[in-house]
Write a protein that binds this ligand. Structure first.
Ligand SMILES: Nc1ncnc2c1ncn2[C@@H]1O[C@H](COP(=O)(O)OP(=O)(O)OP(=O)(O)O)[C@@H](O)[C@H]1O
Length: 271
């Protein structure tokens, strides 16, 4: 499906991604982990053709992605929707209109200028919001929603494109543990129910372990780990994060685990 070979991206003297290779042969949920500056965002942006690569190749279902221009590039970008840490919604615009923005790639300039959306698209947008549990927020301005709700609006906007791949760049980094969990569960469901591939940059080890089928660990632009969550031992994590023997996994964990523990505790207490 997705094949990345010897991908390199330099910014002047700085090599952000260096000779990265991996092959994903079926749709799965993949977590990319590593320290700040390891090259995770640069890799995702290259996959989405948001920035040109220095060398190497990316192919999806046999099609070369690197170097795509114009309409071919836009077509690829609509097949692999991107979600960002800061949601990138239009704050003053209502939720449904934000979601409908996901259809921009396939609408005429005139329709876009006059905000003309076919009824079928509006129904689809509401269905997707409903699926993500936020249909009742449809008429509100995006800025009036919580961070977790805004990220679900961003996921809904991505789903409007009916993408084969969802690329999520630190999708939960700005969220509290409860909302982080809701957003990760939404991404997991989208993968399982729709068969879409999800590739998410994650800053926490426990999130990658919990939600992903495969984890790619990056350090200084290179892939230093590629395996299942079970293979991601403390020793492997230490390599990825370049930490010493005193490495503590807790340092790369959010409070999600704590939250789960307290939920289990509550469940046990009230059982
Ligand atoms: N546009 C740019 N110009 C110059 N250097 C850049 C640019 N984008 C990224 N870099 C550098 O490339 C390296 C990798 O950055 P990147 O943002 O991909 O890392 P990251 O793993 O996503 O980190 P973070 O989690 O902090 O976003 C960093 O050293 C960064 O400073």
């Amino acid at each position: 499906m997705l094949d990345v070979q010897m991908l390199t991206k330099r910014f002047g003297d700085k090599t952000a991604v260096e000779n990265v290779s991996f092959n994903i042969d079926r749709s799965m949920m993949i977590g990319v982990i590593g320290r700040s500056g390891a090259g995770k965002s640069t890799l995702l942006r290259a996959l989405n053709c948001l920035s040109d690569v220095t060398s190497g190749s990316i192919t999806f279902e046999g099609q070369e992605i690197t170097g795509l221009k114009g309409a071919a590039r836009r077509n690829w970008q609509s097949r692999c929707a991107m979600i960002f840490q800061q949601f990138n919604l239009v704050p003053r615009m209502d939720v449904v209109s934000n979601v409908l923005h996901g259809t921009l790639n396939r609408r005429s300039t005139l329709a876009t200028m006059f905000n003309l959306y076919p009824d079928s698209d509006i129904h689809k947008a509401i269905e997707i919001l409903d699926r993500l549990g936020i249909a009742e927020q449809a008429e509100k301005r995006a800025e009036a929603l919580s961070g977790g709700q805004q990220q679900r609006v961003a996921i809904a906007r991505a789903l409007m494109q009916d993408p084969q791949i969802i690329l999520a760049d630190e999708p939960i980094a700005s969220l509290d543990p409860m909302n982080a969990q809701i957003v990760m569960q939404a991404l997991r469901r989208i993968h399982e129910e729709d068969g879409r591939m999800v590739i998410a940059n994650l800053h926490t080890l426990d999130t990658a372990r919990r939600y992903c089928d495969r984890v790619i660990g990056m350090r200084d632009g290179r892939v230093v780990f590629d395996g299942t969550p079970e293979q991601l031992t403390t020793g492997a994590a230490r390599d990825i994060y370049g930490a010493g023997a005193d490495f503590s996994e807790a340092a790369t964990s959010t409070e999600i685990e704590t939250l789960d523990r307290s939920q289990t505790y509550a469940a046990e207490t009230y059982a």
